[in-house]
Design a protein around this ligand. Structure first.
Ligand code: EPU
Length: 417
């Protein structure tokens, strides 16, 4: 199994390009199931989760062409197996995103119920309730969600929690439903907006994406189109934190500051200068790194997918920080590993108290989930000596060529087999 070895202590300098967003690409690939002609996508990131989703769609009968630049063409003209088997869903929970499109387009879907997960229990009850409100008949049989509907009907759906993939699933289902669906307490994440923009180009009638009320007027059919996936705000945020921690000066091309306001505000509070134009962000740190409190919440508040990286930042910052996780109940798996590097972190329920130390010391640590792994890379970049990170297949799920991008910025990092 691959490992990353990092020799810490080098400030990052230079420019890299941010990839397309994993969490926009995954639902948009599923939107390919809705179109009657090919859907052509560009800026699809080359990630393990994307490969898994393409395999899943291929299993259903989707014709898929991918070129060397990750332009992807999807043709749903020949779907024969509207099913997501357990073997695939257990490796990637985002597989649930095929449920809405399959049901609304083909009248039937069989999708394995996702099991437990490293960061929390993550049920999909709100996806199911929403589809039932639209008239779907849903049973859980032998660990599978069996869903049927002649044609879904528009409905008013209130989800009592903000759910990102839930909003996306219901928006896709409603796009081909009979009548108008109103999603209340909808997720406002930029990836929801990107999916809505792609669906609109396909002929969907959607209003309000980006607000907490999304209205979808169902149409009879959706068509092929071309769409470029929005840039990955979490990948960008991760490199911004890396630069703030190591010092140096970095510019990120294909990065949008307007999608990262809460993160950039925290970076400034930590002592970094951040400037940007429409599609790039520059960061430089002057002076001491200062501790910052963070509390995760749905967009536009501080994202849970950046919590672990800010935990890493706080381990070497001046002061004491409170890091509070409100979205997932078990997203502190990185704490134990960071302690192995010498970090001073105490966990009290959903809050971690992080006392900044003058330095961390390299050690062997283990990646436990995607963002936890990223935080260990960041800690390794500032630790004295060598840090070896095991189980980095988690990182490959969501960060495209992380060691190449960090090397391009001067980091001493290599992948070993
Ligand atoms: N929830 C329920 N019932 C549901 C759906 C969600 O109780 O039916 C709960 C979850 O257990 C959680 C909260 O609602 O406590 C929010 O979960 P959400 O549904 O928003 O998460 P998700 O859609 O499964 C997406 C991202 C995650 C990201 C979260 C939160 C994708 C493919 N995944 O997950 O990304 O952390 O939103 O922003 O978009 C990552 O990229 O590392 C990652 C985990």
């Amino acid at each position: 199994m691959d490992k990353l070895v990092i020799q810490g202590g080098v400030p990052l300098n230079g420019e890299i390009r941010i990839s397309g967003a994993k969490n926009a690409a995954l639902p948009i690939l599923c939107a390919g199931l809705l179109a009657e002609q090919p859907l052509r996508l560009s800026a699809v990131p080359h990630l393990r989760d994307v490969t898994t989703m393409l395999e899943l769609l291929g299993h259903m009968g989707m014709r898929i062409a991918v070129d060397e630049r990750m332009n992807v063409e999807l043709d749903a003209g020949d779907i024969h197996t509207p099913e997501a088997p357990y073997a695939m869903v257990k490796t990637m929970r985002a597989s649930i995103l095929v449920l809405g499109p399959l049901l609304t387009r083909f009248g039937h879907a069989r999708v394995s119920l996702p099991g437990g997960c490293a960061i929390g229990s993550r049920p999909v009850d709100l996806h199911i309730k929403g589809l039932q409100a639209m008239g779907a008949e849903i049973h859980i049989e032998h660990g599978y969600i069996e869903a049927r509907a002649d044609r879904l009907k528009g409905a008013r759906i209130f989800t009592d929690l903000v759910t990102v993939t839930g909003t996306e699933n219901l928006m896709m289902a409603a796009a081909l439903a009979d009548g108008t669906t109103v999603l209340e307490n909808a997720a406002r994440e930029p990836e929801v907006i990107d999916l809505a923009e792609c669906l609109i180009k396909m002929g969907a009638r959607i209003e309000g994406a980006g607000s907490d009320v999304i209205t979808i007027h169902g149409v009879e059919r959706l068509y092929g189109t071309e769409h470029r996936v929005v840039c990955d705000r979490i990948e960008a945020g991760t490199y911004l934190v890396a630069t703030a921690m190591t010092g140096g000066k970095v510019r990120l091309a294909n990065a949008r500051a307007d999608l990262l306001e809460a993160v950039i505000e925290k970076l400034r509070e930590a002592g970094a200068d951040v400037e940007h134009d429409a599609d790039s962000i520059g960061i430089q740190r002057h002076g001491t790194l200062k501790s910052v409190n963070v509390r995760t919440a749905p967009h536009p508040a501080f994202p849970t997918d950046m919590q672990a990286q800010f935990m890493a930042l706080n381990t070497v910052a001046d002061g004491i920080a409170r890091v509070t996780e409100t979205i997932f109940e078990n997203r502190f798996m990185h704490v134990q590993e960071m302690r192995r590097l010498g970090a001073d972190i105490e966990v009290d329920g959903h809050t971690a108290i992080v006392r900044g130390a003058p330095h961390l010391d390299g050690a062997t640590v283990m990646a436990t989930d995607l963002r936890a792994s990223a935080s260990l890379v960041l800690a390794g970049l500032v630790a004295r000596g060598d840090t070896m990170i095991e189980r980095i297949y988690h990182i490959d799920r969501g960060y495209e060529r992380i060691e190449e991008k960090l090397s391009a910025l001067g980091a001493r990092i290599k992948r070993v087999h």
